[in-house]
Design a protein around this ligand. Structure first.
Ligand code: NAD
Length: 301
């Protein structure tokens, strides 16, 4: 694809993903609500836009990596939004926006002759830096094929469906498991610590055994055992994903008790730790309740 590319949302995920697109030889026009996020990209050769509309008047394809569904909607259809742009032909939403919003935005953009493609990602900031994200895609197959070089620059692309929003559903399925793994691993390690097991030993054993999951393999070793709590994903965004999952499940009449429990744990994390807290901090609530520490010996955090 030789179309011009824009990227909006230069946060924890957007910086490494846009950086990889740039490094792969795609000239980029970038925009973010924070001026400070834009200037490092200008120094790397990207062009700055002064609004989403300005960006959408300069490029054919726009990638989005924005926090929440209402923000995605505002960037698309709000004041100086993408819909006011004169050049844009397709929008690829890398954010976790949920299937309902994706369907709505796809329909509204279609009326303007713009194709909305949902392409949420999984694998965290580490995966975004390394280009190993799972990149889920739904929308017309021809758009997927055209965008493959860019999607491959970001990670491992999966064509999920031609139905708008279904890649978002796929992402919610994945993230309920990620949210549950984080919450339940905290409780498992807390019980072991209370009984006298070392957190380091527990994580080593679990990761060689059948209990291993992304929390024990990545979040504990990188951010919890050393006490840095710097994984790069907020409790607010984790709760948003579980909430979106719950909404979809309820709209289909499903009753999922485990999901309700995970929902309550993340609601509690947002209430007590704040939406901006790193989501690995959820362990501190379990630690407090159990009266244990899940830090490595000598950890400073
Ligand atoms: P973030 O909060 O770090 O970054 C969001 C960026 O969007 C910020 O730079 C912010 O300034 C910008 N922004 C906010 N409102 C804006 C607006 N109106 N106009 C322009 N820019 C605006 O979030 P993140 O962690 O990078 O996550 C982005 C998306 O990716 C979310 O939907 C999240 O659920 C999803 N996601 C995150 C991770 C992760 O590990 N962080 C992993 C997979 C998916």
């Amino acid at each position: 694809m030789s179309d011009k590319i824009g990227f909006i949302g230069l946060g924890n995920m957007g910086v490494p993903m846009a950086g990889r697109l740039l490094d792969a030889g795609n000239p980029l026009v970038v925009y973010d609500a924070r001026e400070s996020a834009i200037s490092p990209f200008v120094e790397r050769g990207a062009k700055a836009a002064n609004s989403a509309a300005d960006l959408a008047s300069q490029v054919d394809t726009v990638f989005l990596s924005l926090p929440t569904p209402p923000i995605v909607e505002a960037v698309a259809f709000g004041d100086k939004g993408l819909a006011e742009g004169s050049q844009v032909k397709r929008i690829v939403d890398l954010s976790t926006t949920g299937p309902q919003m994706a369907e709505t935005l796809a329909k509204k953009m279609q009326d303007k002759g713009v194709t909305w493609l949902d392409s949420p990602v999984s694998g965290g900031v580490g995966g975004a830096k390394a280009g190993t994200l799972a990149v889920m895609f739904s929308g017309p197959r021809a758009d997927y094929d055209n965008l493959l070089p860019q999607l491959k620059a970001i990670g491992k692309p999966f064509y999920v469906s031609d139905k708008p929003g279904l890649a978002q559903t796929m992402k919610l399925v994945n993230n309920l498991l990620s949210a549950a793994a984080m919450a339940l691993s905290s409780e498992a390690v807390a019980m072991g610590a209370k009984a006298g097991l070392s957190p380091d030993v527990m994580i080593d054993v679990i990761n060689a055994g059948s209990g291993r999951n992304t929390a024990t393999m990545q979040k504990f070793p990188q951010s919890i055992l050393p006490g840095t709590f710097d994984y790069g994903f907020s409790s607010g965004l984790m709760f948003k994903d579980v909430k979106l999952f719950n909404e979809v499940a309820k709209s289909m009449g499903l009753s999922l008790p485990g999901c309700e429990t995970v929902f309550n744990i993340w609601q509690d994390a947002v209430d007590k730790l704040g939406a901006d807290s790193d989501f690995t901090k959820v362990v501190t609530l379990t630690e407090k309740a159990a009266g244990v520490s899940m830090r490595s010996d000598g950890a400073t955090g």
